[in-house]
Design a protein around this ligand. Structure first.
Ligand code: SF4
Ligand code: SF4
Length: 451
C-alpha cells in the first residue's frame, strides 16, 4: 500500500538542565509573598522545599519572557534579562537565536514559532538577504502541509537524460544514467565532524531512519555503524579502500589535480552508481564545475565554510548561482547534480540553497549543534564546556532525526506557501526569490546619494 514519506519524531530533551535563554533575577527587596508563583504559569517560581516560608531560586530555563511576574511583584524585586551565556553563544552566521532554535528543534522535532514581538533585522548577508516568494500563501492554509495536497521532497542525484529514445518495436534504447533517489534533499556529512564514536553511530542510524545518506571516510569509518546509507568518501589518489564497501548508493572522491584518474578508477570499481566529486569552493568554481560536468562525474559536492562563503570570501548564495548559470549556459545543467554543504544554520537555508541552484544540501555543523555544540566563532577544544562523553547513540540518533524532521516540515511550509509541489522544481528558480540588494537598488539607486 502507498505510504507517504514522513519523518518519525521522538522528543529527546537535552542532557542535564536545559539551557536558559533568560535570567530571572530576584533581588533583596523580595518579601516572599508568593505572588510571582501565582503569576507564572510556567512554574519558574516555587517555594523552597526545605523552607516553604521563602521562595526557591527561579528556574530560569522555564521562563518564556512574558514579564507577568515582573508586573505583579509588589516589591519590584524581579527582573528578566537575556542570560550572559545566551549572548555568548555562536559566532557570525551562527547567532545565539539560531543555536537555541536548533537545540529546540532537536529536542522536540517541531517547527519553531517566530514573529510575535520580533525586533530583529529583516535582512542580513548571504541567504539572509533572500526572501522566498510566498504569493500562494493562502492555499496551503486550507489543508495544511500534511494534508491532501501532497508535496514531494524527493530528489534524484546523478546525471539525467534530456529525452528518451525508443526503437521501432517500442523498446527503450536510451542508456539510463546512474542516479540515486533520496526522499529529502538533505544528506548528513560526518567527514568534518569531531564527535565521539557513540555520537557518530547515532548520526549514521539517523540517516537510515530518515531514508537519506551519510558521508563518511571510506577508510576509518565505524564498522559497527555501517549501513546501506553510507556514501564512502575516498581521499585523493586512494580509491582502493581496504574495507568491504559493498553496494553503496553513491560514492564520493576528493577533488585533486589528478581527479580524472581517480574518477576513472571509481567508475570502474563501482559501475552503475553515481560518483560525486567533492570540491572546496573557491574563486573560479564555476569553470571547474563545467569541466567536471563534461566528464564522467555525476555529482559535484561543493563545500563552503561554516560562514557560508568560498575560501576567498564570495558568498555561497552568489557562488551557487554562478555555478548554476555557467552550467546552464553550456547546456550541461542536467549532466550533473549539485550538492552544497557548509554554513547551513537554519531551516530556511535549505530551500534558499536550492533556489540558488543546488539539487540537495549536506548538513554538518547543525548536526553537531543538535548534539549540544555552542557553534563558537573559534572552536577551541581546550576551553570547550560541552561534554560529549554522556552522548549515547540513541540520543544522538533522535536529536538528528528531530532536527531534520523540523527542517523538512519548514521546507514543506515554504514550498506550500510558494505553491511549489515538488522540491525538484525549486532548483535554480531565482525568479521565485527576492534579493534585498536588488530591491534596495531599485528603490534608492535613482535618489541622489542612494546606493
Ligand atoms: S512577587 Fe515579588 S516579593 Fe513576592 S515572592 Fe515574588 S519576587 Fe518576592
Ligand atoms: S517572565 Fe513570565 S514566564 Fe518568565 S518567570 Fe515571569 S511570569 Fe514566568
Amino acid at each position: 500500500m502507498y505510504e507517504r514519506y514522513h519523518v518519525p519524531k521522538n522528543e529527546m530533551p537535552p542532557m542535564g538542565e536545559p539551557f536558559s535563554k533568560s535570567s530571572v533575577i530576584r533581588d533583596a527587596r523580595c518579601m516572599n509573598c508568593g505572588r510571582c508563583k501565582d503569576a507564572c504559569i510556567f512554574s519558574v517560581h516555587e517555594r523552597s522545599a526545605a523552607d516553604p516560608r521563602v521562595m526557591a531560586d527561579p528556574k530560569s530555563y522555564l521562563c518564556k519572557n512574558c514579564l507577568r511576574c515582573v508586573e505583579d511583584c509588589p516589591q519590584r524585586a524581579l527582573s528578566v534579562e537575556l542570560s550572559r551565556s545566551y549572548l555568548e553563544l555562536g559566532g557570525g552566521l551562527w547567532t545565539p537565536q539560531r543555536v537555541v532554535t536548533i537545540w529546540n528543534e532537536a529536542w522536540t522535532g517541531k517547527v519553531p514559532v517566530f514573529g510575535a514581538g520580533y525586533r530583529g533585522k529583516f535582512s542580513g548577508t548571504g541567504y539572509d538577504s533572500m526572501w522566498t516568494d510566498m504569493s500562494e500563501i493562502v492555499r496551503p492554509t486550507r489543508d495544511g502541509i500534511h494534508g491532501r495536497e501532497f508535496i514531494s521532497t524527493s530528489v534524484d542525484l546523478g546525471k539525467r537524460v534530456d529525452y528518451l529514445e525508443f526503437d521501432a518495436s517500442g523498446r527503450l534504447i536510451t542508456k539510463m544514467p546512474s542516479f540515486v533517489e533520496i526522499p529529502i534533499p538533505m544528506i548528513l556529512d560526518l567527514t568534518r565532524l569531531d564527535l565521539t564514536a557513540q555520537a557518530k553511530t547515532g548520526l549514521m542510524q539517523a540517516a537510515k531512519a530518515l531514508g537519506t545518506m551519510f558521508i563518511a571516510p571510506a577508510e576509518g569509518y565505524l564498522p559497527n555503524g555501517r549501513n546501506g546509507s553510507m556514501v564512502p568518501l575516498f581521499s585523493a589518489g586512494n580509491t582502493a579502500s581496504r574495507y568491504d564497501l559493498s553496494n553503496p548508493k553513491m560514492v564520493e572522491m576528493e577533488y585533486s589535480p589528478d581527479w580524472a584518474s581517480d574518477l576513472k578508477a571509481l567508475k570502474e570499481r563501482f559501475g552503475g552508481i553515481p560518483v560525486a566529486v567533492r570540491i572546496q569552493a573557491k574563486s573560479g568554481i564555476e569553470r571547474l564545475a563545467v569541466e567536471l560536468a563534461s566528464s564522467e562525474a555525476d555529482v559535484i559536492h561543493i563545500l563552503y565554510d561554516e560562514q557560508s562563503q568560498e575560501s576567498d570570501g564570495r558568498l555561497a548564495k552568489d557562488s551557487l548561482m554562478a555555478v548554476n548559470r555557467a552550467l546552464a549556459n553550456v547546456s550541461l545543467r542536467e549532466r550533473v547534480s549539485i550538492i552544497a554543504g557548509g554554513g547551513l544554520a537554519a531551516a530556511e537555508h535549505v530551500p534558499k540553497s536550492l533556489l540558488c541552484g543546488a539539487d540537495a544540501v549536506t548538513m554538518e555543523r547543525a548536526l553537531k549543534v543538535a548534539l549540544g555544540c555552542h557553534a563558537c566563532a573559534v572552536c577551541d577544544k581546550d576551553r570547550c564546556t560541552v561534554d560529549q562523553n554522556g552522548i549515547t547513540s540513541d540520543w544522538s540518533k533522535w536529536r538528528a532525526v528531530n532536527l531534520v524532521g523540523a527542517w523538512r516540515d519548514q521546507l514543506l511550509e515554504i514550498m506550500g506557501a510558494m505553491g511549489v509541489r515538488e522540491v525538484r522544481r525549486l532548483r535554480g528558480e531565482i525568479g521565485r526569490a527576492i534579493f534585498y540588494e536588488e530591491i534596495e537598488k531599485d528603490a534608492f539607486a535613482n535618489i541622489k546619494g542612494g546606493v
